[in-house]
Design a protein around this ligand. Sequence first.
Ligand code: PLP
Length: 405
Amino acid sequence: MQDISTQLIHHPYRAPADFEAPQQGVFKASTVVFPNVAAMRTREWKDKSAYTYGLHGTPTTFVLEERIATLEGGLQTVLVPSGLAAIANVALALLKTGDEVLIPDNAYGPNKTLAEGELAAFGITHQYYNPMDVADLAARITPRTKLVWLEAAGSVTMEMPDLIAQARLCRERGVVSALDNTWGAGLAFNAFDLDGHGLAVDLTAQAVTKYPSGGGDVLMGSVTTRDLGLHMKIKLTHMRLGLGVGGNDAEAVLRALPSIALRYHAQDKAARQLARWCLNQSAFAQVLHPALDGSPGHAHWRQLCGAADARGQGAAAGLFSVVVDARYTQAQVDAFCDALKLFKLGYSWGGPVSLVVPYELATMRNQGWPAHLAQGTVVRFATGLEAADDLQADLQQALAAALPG
Ligand SMILES: *Cc1c(COP(=O)(O)O)cnc(C)c1O
């Protein structure tokens, strides 16, 4: 008779395999057990035909990868521990000493920080380009350019670039184009068919942290491709850097994914109601939301995202920014943010709680203050899932308290 501890670990019972339920079960593993040495020597994980080690995938992560690939309009996806890790995985897979990466001036800030830190230290150079001027991007592409980052809409200032022209330019010049698709989330437009005729970016990175998770409680990222060779480059770097994700996090995202379109469009609707209301508030010199007529790149948004929802309203993330009129001091703007009660101070977005962040834009743009922006302090709002009228009342009371007309 074996000891009880041995019996509990090596228990003979196997549950029947044909269990089916609405949600995918969560498999957690570092060690994966092989039936024999031959299997250990021959099993292949790179094509998802078998399992070898937790870092290389489990049924839970394989299923989530396939669903994110479908969401993005791609064919292959790798999951990484954060949206920023997705950006880093792409850069480290595709760039080597002597290469150059081009990044839009309104990119997600840490993408720039990575280029200025580790990439620069590895002898990889970078240039920032004007996201609203395709000719500026074209002029910066040289034989050393090996990666162009695209972002639509841009971070914080919400400019919608001419993504179709940018992707076409990269294709014509033979440079890999990588779209940070966190804003569009695979729902506002199809990054792998931008023009309805198959024009595609080469890869998308997404902060799964935002809309796919939807809970404000998971950090994860994804890199999606439609080219197997490019996918394998990303995947081998992913393996060498050890960027696997945990089963519980993957399961949380799988549970949230069926409602992503409902949440995306609900947060979009609320954000547009609030953005339109903000247009009429004299404290705000400018409201930045690509679906607003007059917001930078609005025509590009209509072209790219105008048909993306059934109501014919087009689609957008639940994000907008305001430029608080320059007649107010920084202390008054800070007091406005502090006075908000439903909008919490915090980074990220896509979760149930509405969020607000004041930004020091002058320190974030390398090409100077954008000509299309009014002077003042930029404040970004992200709508959660609270009722839009309650959020509007919150904005109104904070305005009255801190930014009197
Ligand atoms: C949040 C965000 C990221 C990074 O995601 P994390 O999971 O927080 O690392 C990358 N790109 C964009 C556009 C984002 O908004």
